[in-house]
Design a protein. Structure first.
Length: 228
């Protein structure tokens, strides 16, 4: 976009809904909302065993320039997740422990970025969760304008400010803000169904029978033989 802006006000989903979606997990939410919203396997966690969800504060940056991340910190609120997208591919380490310190002070729960991060040992020690495309010590500058809280595209998924971002070991899933309540309802239904299924599997029932897959095997021409 030709106009560079920092949008101060963002509509957010209910905090209880956001927390519950985070607890449900990215895989469950992704399946529950129709297998959409996954930003792709190239965005990976730098830590393990962390599940978070928050409202997206979006940043559109020039590759190798992190000035707009600094600008975004001012408009972040407690419970937000910063989502940083570049206008072209970038392997730069655009984010480190000092930026994380500022975000922690404002109650931000994590970062999702399509470039690199550095100071990863420090980020882990301060328990600030990050999902990034790269880990990189390549430096950045602060010279090029961008925007904050505008729609951005991450992994083919359009992220609007205030959308719910669910992130954990399995990846990052984006839920449109206005669909958050419905997504939570469907996610809970899926969790309840999985709990019931787990009991059957623990009792020894086979997925082949429970899911009705035997006719599908026959349809695919699979033969059962005792020996070859």
């Amino acid at each position: 976009m030709n106009r560079h802006v920092v949008v101060r006000q963002v509509d957010r989903a209910e905090s209880a809904t956001i927390r519950a979606l985070g607890n449900a997990g990215s895989a469950t939410v992704h399946e529950a909302i129709g297998r959409v919203g996954f930003v792709g396997p190239h965005i990976r966690p730098i830590q393990r065993d962390v599940k978070v969800a928050g409202s997206a504060v979006t940043v559109l940056s020039h590759p190798g320039d992190n000035i707009m991340i600094h600008a975004a910190i001012e408009v972040c609120r407690a419970g937000d997740i910063l989502v940083v997208v570049n206008t072209a591919p970038s392997t730069h380490g655009m984010f480190g422990d000092l930026l994380a310190t500022s975000l922690v002070a404002r109650g931000v729960v994590g970062l999702v970025i399509d470039a690199g991060v550095r100071d990863t040992a420090d980020l882990r020690s301060m328990a600030f969760p990050v999902w990034s495309q790269y880990v990189s010590c390549q430096g950045t500058v602060k010279n090029t304008p961008g925007s904050v809280n505008v729609p951005v595209v991450l992994g083919g998924i359009t992220v609007h400010p205030g959308d719910v971002v669910c992130a954990d070991d399995d990846g990052v899933v984006v839920v449109p803000r206005l669909q958050a309540e419905a997504a939570l309802e469907r996610s809970q239904q899926r969790l309840d169904n999985e709990a019931a299924t787990r009991k059957l599997l623990e009792a020894g029932e086979l997925g082949l029978d429970f899911y009705g897959l035997r006719p599908k095997l026959a349809e695919l021409g699979i033969e059962y033989v005792d020996r070859l």
